[in-house]
Design a protein around this ligand. Structure first.
Ligand SMILES: Cc1cc2nc3c(=O)[nH]c(=O)nc-3n(C[C@H](O)[C@H](O)[C@H](O)COP(=O)(O)OP(=O)(O)OC[C@H]3O[C@@H](n4cnc5c(N)ncnc54)[C@H](O)[C@@H]3O)c2cc1C
Length: 381
């Protein structure tokens, strides 16, 4: 947006951003329609992304990653949104799943999964939500009961991003069903494990190229060493440690989408004519876009400050929740306004703004609903 540069951006990141943009524009954007049509991206696209160095940018090179930090992943994520890439679940893969393995995995687990994730050979997913439990994470019903050297997993998960392509899934399960949060552990299930089945690729309001699935575990036996973390019962704590990064990443996606919507709308209204002038020439249009641009920049500066705090190890749950809540609410409002300025075209699939509008809606729901964000923020009052 104009010449604003985030304070966390440096020359190397700017070079990365330009290279990633070219990659997306040449390789992924031309496939948008086909991917939307089939309800998921091509499996090969993950390998292509791995080859281009777009996966696991914050994972150390010794595990096949890019050797960068969160900022590298975020540059890669934001460019996808700015160039209009659809369905690429890299945010979940690189910014959420890979850091769990890196932060809580044993050396053996890191060697087993991270290089495959960095190359795109294995796609990562994380399965918290269940048909009967979403926000109330402590009450998941999926169980992983120990039997000798194995866990026997039973239960069902739903709305899982990357579910169809997933080669490994971090499953949130109760290793001690008699406990609440203290009974939860994170167990990695691989797609070849017996008793694990992928269900439907769910049809949804937006994000048509992103696969979102049901997953089923029916006496699925995995070795005990699939648990992340040396002790049982630490899963909830691990989730709480990692969720600020996930929420920050959603907030950044919200801002990038707003910026994309404003750019598209400015182009559109400067071309479109009504009453002998361009739509841009109406004072209402200019004022509405002025409001949108102001709100997007306010959101951007706060979210960028959160990135700085995150890099300093100071992004707490409260501020991460504020960023996720605020940026995604503004995303909804700004994109709605931008669609309005498109007139009927804004409602048509062939105009990107309609897709941005549909895609924006879920931002207030996943990663913890915005009501839950306010609940978390209110605890600091
Ligand atoms: C496209 C998409 C992708 C997703 N990807 C994943 C994924 O990869 N992995 C995963 O595990 N999950 C994923 N989810 C699930 C998502 O995280 C949940 O839908 C979300 O956390 C809300 O849970 P729920 O659907 O059970 O809603 P519920 O928890 O049933 O909430 C229903 C309503 O009640 C409100 N509510 C609930 N509790 C409170 C409270 N204490 N105070 C006030 N209001 C409350 C909620 O805010 C909401 O408005 C995805 C969802 C979608 C739509």
């Amino acid at each position: 947006m104009d010449n604003y540069t985030p304070q966390w951006m440096d020359e190397d990141l700017a070079i990365l951003r330009d290279a990633v943009r070219r990659f997306y524009e040449n390789e992924f954007v031309p496939q948008s329609d086909a991917w939307i049509e089939q309800g998921k991206i091509d499996r090969e696209a993950w390998l292509q992304a791995g080859e281009a160095g777009l996966l696991c940018a914050e994972i150390p090179t010794e595990y096949g990653g890019g050797g960068g930090d969160y900022r590298h992943d975020t540059v890669i994520q934001e460019e996808a949104l700015r160039t209009g890439v659809v369905g690429f679940g890299n945010q979940v893969h690189s910014t959420i799943v890979a850091p769990y393995v890196l932060n809580y995995g044993t050396e053996e687990q890191k060697q087993r999964w991270l290089p495959k994730m960095a190359s795109g050979e294995a796609v990562g997913a994380i399965a918290m939500t269940e048909p009967n439990t979403g926000s109330d994470l402590q009450n998941v019903r999926t169980t992983a009961i120990r039997d000798g050297d194995e866990y026997v997993i039973n239960g069902a998960k739903t709305y899982i991003t990357n579910g169809q392509h997933a080669g490994l899934v971090i499953v949130v399960a109760k290793t001690d069903p008699s406990e609440g949060a203290k009974g939860i552990s994170l167990i990695v299930v691989e797609d070849t494990d017996k008793g694990f089945a992928k269900g439907r690729n769910l049809k949804k309001l937006g994000h048509h190229a992103a696969d979102t699935s049901e997953l089923f575990f029916d006496d699925c036996r995995v070795p005990v060493d699939r648990r992340l973390g040396v002790e049982e019962g630490k899963g909830f704590y691990q989730l709480m440690q990692q969720l600020p990064q996930e929420r920050l990443s959603i907030a950044q996606g919200g801002v990038a989408s707003m910026e994309r919507a404003i750019d598209l709308t400015v182009d559109f209204v400067k071309e479109r004519k009504a009453f002998g002038q361009t739509v841009f020439d109406f004072q209402n249009t200019k004022f509405k876009l002025a409001e949108c641009k102001t709100e997007a920049l306010i959101a951007r500066t706060f979210v960028d400050q959160c990135v700085v705090w995150h890099m300093q190890g100071e992004l707490d749950a409260t501020r991460a929740s504020m960023a996720k809540y605020w940026a995604t609410e503004k995303q909804g409002e700004v994109i709605d306004q931008c669609l309005q300025l498109h007139g009927g075209a804004g409602y048509m699939d062939e105009y990107e703004i309609s897709r941005l509008y549909a895609d924006a809606r879920v931002q207030r729901i996943y990663g913890g609903t915005n009501e839950i964000m306010k609940e978390l923020i209110s605890r600091s009052l």
